[in-house]
Design a protein around this ligand. Sequence first.
Ligand SMILES: *[C@@H]1O[C@H](CO)[C@@H](O)[C@H](O)[C@H]1NC(C)=O
Length: 289
Amino acid sequence: MTVFKNYLGGFSAILLTFSSFVACGTEMYKVSVAEDFDTKRSEAAHPASADKNSKLYGIHAPSGWVKLPVEFRFSPDMDQSQRIHLMAAMKKWEWAVGEKLFAYSGEHKGVVGDSFKDLYSSLQDDVNGHYLDQDWAKTNKPDHVLATTIWNNATDFSVISKADIRFNSQHYLIGDSYELKATTERDVVDMQSLALHELGHLLGLAHTGEDVDSLSIMNPALYIGEGLTSRKFSRGDLERIHFIYGCHGQSCDIDGLLKEQENADWDKLTLTAKRWMQDKGPSPELNFN
Ligand SMILES: *[C@@H]1O[C@H](CO)[C@@H](O)[C@H](O)[C@H]1NC(C)=O
């Protein structure tokens, strides 16, 4: 607490633990997500987040953001597809709570991941930025970490006031896994899947053990590779995000959401994200019809 006197900086990362098998002509890895925010700090502030018997389990910031919607910017080097799939993931979290959580403010002009001298220095401005890092070593994280979410808290650990996501594009090809082709140097990572997980952290969720909720997007496990995605919420994900943000209208019907998640035309999500990118501001309505 003395070193980080003004904020409880959060940190989380996705780690590659084992490469498993080869299927469909493409290499497929099961990825482990390691709870890498300083456990000492976060558990000291909020022990219940790691207590499997607590209703706060899997939640690091029970009061969510100090102000909604969260205004965000992209580093200018993010391509169209990366932006669309990141915004699609935001839109999907909004679908889960029935409320606008994010507002798009355009690019963070002239600022990319490599503009920052290390991982935490991107927390020093007031922009909630999404950045590609081409020089990953500067974050002091191992090469195999896919992305990290870092944040500042407000009055206490339970409220988030600002957050950045840094993507490891030096070592991974991040985008639409149905379209990208892996190279010998870089494996494909599905942006929408990765962003759903990282945005979960950004919104206040911690990791959820597979033994507690095996289908959670916040599980410490994710497949990467061509054509592989994890774009779905579990019932527990919906309950936990409702715990923080409440629910509005149809989103209060969790059975209904789970049914819609299976049956709706989710291409509409990317179409909505495309429109959002052109219009800026809060997201347009998502309409499945
Ligand atoms: C962040 O949370 C810690 C622990 O709850 C608290 O001591 C600190 O004052 C908070 N930071 C700000 C900027 O209020």
